[in-house]
Design a protein around this ligand. Structure first.
Ligand SMILES: O=C(O)c1cc(=O)[nH]c(=O)n1[C@@H]1O[C@H](COP(=O)(O)O)[C@@H](O)[C@H]1O
Length: 277
């Protein structure tokens, strides 16, 4: 479990704010791994071993595991146990429902006794409001990462809708700020929305932002840092496909490391430029 201060310390030590996304797709992993009893876990284990000193977070995306049913859940549980303790473990599940149901989701991913998983953080969809988010916050020390402005093209359908008090994504942030502080809540903001970061910082000056969308989706790390970085960094930038599928041969883990190293080096330069390190 990583507190805000521990997270900042990790960023300074590793000179990185990279999150490696474990969107582990059975169709995309190297064919030779399919000989192993648990190919998804085998892939993750090797990616984690190759990148753990270069990143400060890992984010398995639940969909890629759940789509395999029981065996996928076993791979996810084993992965959650294998994740290094000095990295923030984020389950990208995008859950949220009426209170008692959200409570079950929270138990699933936060309570090791319940389903064998003990993630530090979960992505949550805020559409159903306060009572759908509070059950996640009820787990002391865990992080709730609320979808604010997503990287998707469809973000324009709802998130930009004018409420009379700014676009809806601003209202989401303002409202969620009343539920807990920057030591418990992060917001998802897509790297493809870098022009909005200045505006988002007006409402979330201290919150960490989970930023997916560099790499395969084409967002710019430089722009994200220019408009979104704070004195404590304030950013966790995710890349999944561009890192984990850098090669689909025997050398996949080394190729993932080489990609992660490139991103870490850019991140180090940005941290130095902003005076964070
Ligand atoms: O919550 C997320 O992580 C997320 C939010 C968002 O707005 N956009 C977005 O791409 N994501 C996730 O971030 C990852 C991006 O993967 P790559 O595009 O391969 O780097 C996927 O797991 C997405 O589900």
């Amino acid at each position: 479990m990583l507190s805000r201060q521990q997270l900042i310390q990790q960023i300074k030590q590793k000179k990185s704010f990279l999150c490696v996304g474990l969107d582990t797709d059975i169709e995309k992993i190297p064919v030779f791994l399919k000989e192993y009893p648990d190919p998804l876990f085998e892939f993750n284990k090797r990616i984690i071993d190759a990148t753990r000193d270069l990143c400060i977070a890992y984010k398995p995306n639940a969909a890629f595991y759940e789509r395999h049913g029981v065996t996928g859940l076993q791979s996810l549980i084993k992965t959650s146990e294998y994740l290094p303790k000095d990295c923030l473990s984020i389950i990208d599940a995008k859950r949220g429902d009426i209170g008692n149901t959200s409570g079950m989701y929270a138990k699933t991913f936060f309570d090791k006794e319940a389903a064998g998983m003990d993630f530090d953080a979960i992505t949550v969809a805020p559409y159903m409001g306060n009572d759908s988010v509070i059950p996640f916050l009820a787990f002391e020390g865990k992080w709730v990462i609320i979808l604010a402005l997503t990287s998707s093209v469809g973000s324009k359908d709802f998130q930009y809708l004018e409420t009379g008090n700014g676009p809806l994504y601003e209202t989401v942030i303002q409202k969620a700020n009343t539920w807990a502080g920057a030591d418990r809540i992060m917001y998802v903001v897509g790297a493809t929305k870098s022009t909005e970061f200045t505006n988002i910082r007006k409402y979330a000056p201290d919150n960490f932002l989970l930023v997916p969308g560099i790499g395969a989706q084409g967002g710019s790390l430089k722009d994200v840092c220019q408009y979104g970085m704070t004195k404590e960094c304030g950013l966790i930038v995710n890349s999944s496909r561009a890192i984990i599928y850098a090669s689909n041969g025997e050398d996949f883990a080394e190729a993932a490391r080489a990609e992660a190293l490139k991103v870490q080096q850019q991140m180090q330069a940005e941290l130095e430029k902003a005076g964070v390190i």
